[in-house]
Design a protein around this ligand. Structure first.
Ligand SMILES: [Zn+2]
Length: 91
């Protein structure tokens, strides 16, 4: 798990995500997403966790396993933040 401290940490990964053709899908479980790279068909799972008010994320790709913020994580984080905010607005 990688701690997600600020948006700046994700900026470069977001740029890479935009340059790629990534499809982010909800898994049906809150905080778990599937990210598919449309250009090569590779599919990874990304999950998020909150512990002691700190946010963590993890991707199943090689960069993610190495503890790096990868483009899949950044792409899924965008959707996750939107969903988490929508849930808060409801409750
Ligand atoms: Zn990844």
């Amino acid at each position: 798990m990688i701690e997600l401290r600020d948006k700046g940490q994700l900026t470069k990964a977001i740029e890479r995500a935009k340059a790629s053709s990534l499809l982010v899908q909800q898994s049906g479980l809150f905080r778990l997403y599937y990210v598919t790279n449309r250009s090569n068909g590779a599919r990874y799972s990304v999950n998020f966790r909150v512990t002691d008010g700190k946010r963590f994320g993890k991707c199943s790709c090689r960069a993610g396993e190495a503890g790096m913020v990868c483009k899949h994580l950044a792409a899924a984080a965008g959707l996750h933040v939107a969903i988490a905010e929508a849930k808060r607005a409801v409750h």
